[in-house]
Design a protein around this ligand. Structure first.
Ligand code: OOG
Ligand code: NI
Length: 267
């Protein structure tokens, strides 16, 4: 599978649950922009058939290589970032996993029941990255219990493996050169942006500025038949800055990422 085929399928699955991303991309195009993606992100459960270490070879299969590692203590996550070895314009990939053993025992039990349903050999091709929910839906009660301790766990229990966001590269925009320009346009159009820690995560001095929408909402039916509107996926905007060595910063920042995760919070 080529990176182009990979991202085409990924985008189709993502926009099916994130119609705002398609609309915002159209908005940029109407401003005469070509929209390039800076990165996409995935979430998963550790110690499972879809753990980070089981997924990584599928990224390598399409030409990606890890170049950074991150830890989010209070969210009980670890993550790695990947870039394509030869295609410099291919989006970077951010892959995180929940350290399930760090959650309370009753949360581990709920997650244990979900991951037990994933076949051991679930990861065979890069198409696993848009497989979605690989288990029977949790009950509403289970979802709410997970959300109390980990919004990430609750989100993952309902949305599964898929791109949780695509990210517009502001560096490639001609008419909206700053992140403030992008945010103003989106706010004027009525989009809800992630306000955690302020609209803009990061600074030019950190060489990375990011903002994001709050996730779209979808109607979801739990395994007990209860229905609820829950967060699906969101759209991000990133502007990278040149470092003193003349290179564009191409990694991620824990302090920024920690707040970007909250774009799928239900409350
Ligand atoms: C990933 C959050 C981190 C970034 O750009 O720092 C991230 C997630 O929400 O799963 O994408
Ligand atoms: Ni991101």
């Amino acid at each position: 599978m080529t990176p182009t085929d990979f991202f085409t399928s990924l985008w189709d699955h993502y926009t099916a649950v994130t119609p705002q991303a398609h609309r915002i991309q159209q908005l940029f195009k109407h401003h005469g922009e070509d929209v390039l993606n800076d990165h996409v992100a995935f979430r998963t459960f550790n110690h499972s058939p879809i753990s980070l270490e089981k997924l990584e070879p599928q990224l390598e299969a399409i030409g990606y290589k890890a170049y950074g590692a991150f830890r989010f203590e209070s969210k009980h996550l670890k993550a790695r970032c990947y870039k394509h070895q030869t295609e410099i314009d291919a989006p970077k990939i951010f892959l995180s996993e929940l350290l399930v053993e760090e959650l309370p025992a009753h949360c581990q039990e709920i997650i244990g029941k979900l991951v037990a349903q994933i076949p051991d050999d679930a990861v065979q091709t890069p198409a696993i990255f848009w497989a979605g929910q690989l288990w029977q839906s949790p009950t509403q009660e289970e979802y709410l219990v997970l959300a109390e301790y980990s919004e990430y766990a609750a989100w993952l229990s309902t949305m599964g493996l898929q791109a949780n966001h695509f990210t517009v590269s502001i560096n490639h925009l001609k008419t909206l050169p700053t992140i403030e320009d992008v945010n103003s346009l989106l706010l004027n159009e009525g989009y809800a942006l992630n306000q955690v820690g302020g609209l803009i995560k990061g600074t030019p001095e950190l060489f990375l500025e990011q903002s994001s929408t709050m996730a779209d909402k979808i109607d979801y039916t739990f395994s007990d038949g209860k229905k609820k509107t829950i967060p699906s996926c969101f759209y991000e905007f990133a502007r990278r800055h040149v470092m003193p060595d003349g290179q564009l910063f191409d990694s991620f920042i824990e302090g920024n990422a920690d707040k970007i995760f909250d774009s799928t919070n239900a409350k």
